[in-house]
Design a binder for this molecule. Structure first.
Ligand SMILES: NC(=O)c1ccc[n+]([C@@H]2O[C@H](COP(=O)([O-])OP(=O)(O)OC[C@H]3O[C@@H](n4cnc5c(N)ncnc54)[C@H](OP(=O)(O)O)[C@@H]3O)[C@@H](O)[C@H]2O)c1
Length: 212
């Protein structure tokens, strides 16, 4: 696949590295072309730096690896209002949460993913990769995890499932994009407990849960 990555930080580096090693062409863009060039250099022969618009046009999938506060800026520079994302799989790993607290900044009843879908005209948005730290993808010795994803478009879900597998893990489709709030709250739950010193794995049941 040709994968566009918007953002040049920790998550872009981790997943970009994983996908480049899996043989995908990774086109990196950010508000700093210099940072994009540095990251592309780290990705080796399969990495290339470009403008945000170039990274999106012709991509099989785009990863929106930008801080929540920068989403509007990067979508605009990628040409979202003009429809550059139309029909493109747009993977949203963002966490619109207050750092260390885990409370979502998006109003009740909405989600970050839906907000992005509203701004990126015609994009096929899939919520994915928001729950695990970037080290999950940069450290190849980490055991596989289950990556819960959601979205409305079967082809975009299939593309994202393939990219989860190419990152060494198992995809699990939870449902349509209206489940994104739930996935985003799950991240807030994990972040909130972690910063209070609890292991979130100990705060959920293990094994089979019987109805009733
Ligand atoms: N790191 C993780 O473990 C992790 C895990 C799951 C999900 N996420 C999510 O993934 C996204 C990226 O996280 P990260 O850890 O990679 O963050 P990061 O290392 O801090 O990088 C943030 C990226 O966002 C860009 N950015 C910030 N404001 C911008 C703006 N106004 N316009 C354009 N670009 C802007 C930064 O550009 P500059 O470098 O130029 O400032 C940088 O490329 C976030 O939404 C985060 O919630 C992260």
């Amino acid at each position: 696949m040709r994968i566009g990555i918007l953002g040049t930080g920790m998550l872009a580096t981790a997943l970009g590295g994983r996908w480049a090693r899996a043989g995908h062409e990774v086109v990196v863009a950010g508000r700093s072309l210099t940072k994009a060039e540095v990251l592309a250099g780290r990705l080796g022969d399969n990495g290339r730096a470009a403008t945000a618009r170039e990274a999106v046009l012709g991509a099989d999938a785009v990863l929106l690896a930008v801080a929540w506060t920068g989403i509007d800026d990067i979508l605009r520079s990628a040409g979202a209002p003009a429809g550059t994302f139309a029909g493109t799989t747009l993977i949203d790993p963002t966490n619109a949460v207050d750092h260390g607290i885990g409370v979502l900044r998006t109003p009740p009843g909405s989600s970050g993913a839906q907000d992005i879908a509203d701004r990126a005209v015609g994009a096929h948005v899939v919520k994915a990769f928001h729950l695990f730290p970037a080290e999950q993808w940069s450290d190849a010795t980490k055991p596989p995890v289950t990556v819960a994803i959601c979205g409305d478009h079967p082809q975009a879900l299939a593309t994202t499932e393939a990219l989860v597998r190419d990152a060494g893990s198992r995809p699990a489709v939870l449902g349509p994009l209206n489940r994104a709030r739930q996935l985003e709250e799950a991240a807030g739950f994990v972040i909130g407990l972690t910063f209070r010193g609890f292991d979130p794995r100990d705060a959920v049941p293990h094994g089979v849960i019987r109805a009733g």
